[in-house]
Design a protein. Sequence first.
Length: 388
Amino acid sequence: MAIAQSQPPSTPLEGIRIIDLTSVVMGPYATRILGDMGADVIKVEPPEGDMLRPPGGARLSGMMLNLYRNKRSVVLDLKQESGKRALEALLRTADVLVHNLRPQVMQRLGFTYETVQAIKPDIIYCSATGFGSDGPYGEKPAYDDLIQAGSGFASAAMPLTGEPAYAPAIICDKLAGQAIAYAILGGLLQRARGGAGQAIEVPMFETAIDFNMVEGLGGVVYAPPRGRPGYPRIQTRERRPFRTADGFACILPYSAKNWFDFFDFVGRSEWKELYAEPAKRGAAIETLYAMIREEAPRLTTAAWVAFCDSADIPCMPVLMVEQLAEDPHVRAVGLMPVVDHPTEGAYRALRQPVRFGGAPYKLRRHAPALGEHTDEVLAEVGLGPDAR
């Protein structure tokens, strides 16, 4: 542990110090998760600031308000010897270093795993990369669109539209961010059980393939293949939110009872015998979903939710992003409270969705201004403000 504990920790990662050299979304999302668990996350930024900061670095972008909370910002110019020496001093007090710079950049800066291990032998050194370093793509740059294209995400849309398509979210970045967080936790746990520090590599490309191919491989999981790739239920063009009388809803009969109750409700009881067997329902899923599409406009979204809830049929209204904060469940669990940032004003602070019974989530720090904590953090390791 970098910070001595005289009392039991009040959060899962209290006393763990993480040096964060990441930028954009993948790495910062990971370190936000760890910061929310109580880690002391020191975000090291160049003098011009992180790429997500608006020009000049004086303000915070909307994305940064939640991505960079529970962190401290330190400005170090790692192209200068003074900045490198300051980072070395921080590393001597750290448990984890995480970066998403390409290997040749870390080599040039002088902070490879071997170099950092010599500074702090038990360090958990996590490299968040685009591609595994031992493959031919190891030196390629990686962005979410590239990984969606290469990992099977984009091509998964082809059975539905005839063309590949990107998911309307930076999903691969965030998947990799979660993988980085759990990988670091695993490294810390192994070390706590008597293991040594170690290097960890989390490649976004391989992480996306692993995630997507749980159901995506389908019959090609076998060698040789025993069928087509994919999961038939999600490869029908009729799988979509259904238009109701006043909006859209996900209406999803799943079990035999769900379907039978639905058939009765829409006046198609004769279909119960026709589709009594799961195999027949699976083979006719496009026909069944088309039937829901035809029936859905007859009732309002609220009426469909009321019926489905009473029959225990899975159903949810399609909520627009601007409606989420007022959803009764979101409000009840306190997921999107409005808080006041000292410089940016009121904003919705997305609460960490994972809840620990013995460690309630706390917003300890708002997203920091560029270099807000430089002097404070350097003083903790015995350096003055000129040591950067």
